[in-house]
Ligand binder design. Structure first.
Ligand code: KIV
Length: 275
């Protein structure tokens, strides 16, 4: 059966079983109203640390905290009943040691009800993934363009464009698979490399700026809804224009308030006799 049509919440093993049989449709969500609207259509919802940039207008993802991510994650879990929900581990919350990663991941899982965590890193973080998985915390790995490495990478640049760089990213993905990751997000890498990694791994790859051949796709929801301003990344596509809907509703509301046509007595208390 397709995980999409089932009534119970999608589990991590079910996402793994999608490899080769059904594509995984994933988006980010940070708040309950958006998560509630996305839930029925998706297999996986990620509380991405991109909320730092998208939701808090920060210049990068580096300063968001475990507490903030846990709060968003708990809201998304409460608002959903179908999609598997995974939270990003924030920068600085897992790189120091596997024990540090476990303490923070456990507090995020216990504090929000998510099914697992995502962390950025390949070979260097594979011991951490093994440590978490062996202690009951599913891990979605993230390799290629890793926004938490922006200061090392010199910005947000597509990765893996020459053979030696491509080899390193392939090894990162393989190391994460060997360490027990249940899937790998491939962000901002060359299309042939994304295809090659997808073919080489037994766990699903979830692409963002990667390849149509990935086992699933993820995007930032605000990018597909027209809520990210005028510019969206090359790898995104605007599937709807919620921005226009919100703008028009706000204009109509402001006009009605200024003209005195809202509120009417229908929105007031103690006016109409009880029926
Ligand atoms: O933070 C994020 O939103 C992500 C993505 C993969 C979209 O990591």
């Amino acid at each position: 059966m397709s995980v999409h049509n089932q009534t119970q919440r999608v589990t991590v093993p079910q996402l793994m079983a999608c490899k080769g049989s059904q594509k995984i449709a994933a988006l980010t969500a940070y708040i309950a109203p958006i998560a509630r609207l996305l839930d029925e259509s998706l297999d996986l919802i990620l509380i991405g640390d991109s909320t730092a940039m998208v939701g808090y207008a920060l210049p990068d993802t580096l300063s968001i905290s475990v507490a903030t991510m846990t709060g968003h994650a708990a809201a998304v879990v409460r608002a959903t009943e179908h999609a598997c929900v995974i939270v990003d581990m924030p920068f600085g919350s897992y790189q120091q040691s596997p024990a540090q990663a476990f303490a923070n991941a456990a507090s995020m899982v216990a504090g929000s009800g998510v099914a697992g965590v995502k962390l950025e890193g390949g070979v260097a973080l594979s011991d951490t993934t093994r440590f978490l998985v062996d202690r009951g915390i599913p891990v979605l790995a993230h390799v290629g363009l890793m926004p938490q490495y922006m200061n090392v990478m010199g910005g947000f640049k597509a990765q893996g464009m020459d053979e030696s760089a491509a080899q390193r990213i392939l090894q990162d993905a393989q190391a994460q698979e060997a360490a027990g990751a249940f899937g790998v997000v491939l962000e901002g890498i060359s299309e042939p490399l994304a295809r090659r990694i997808t073919e080489a791994l037994k766990i699903p790859t979830i692409g963002i700026g990667a390849s149509p051949q990935c086992d699933g796709q993820i995007l930032v929801t605000e990018d597909i809804l027209g809520l990210s301003g005028d510019r969206i990344p090359k790898f995104a596509y605007r599937f709807g224009d919620a921005g226009q809907v919100i703008r028009e509703a706000a204009q109509q509301y402001a006009k009605a308030v200024r003209e005195g046509t809202f509120p009417t007595l229908d929105q007031c208390f103690g006016v109409h006799p009880k029926k």
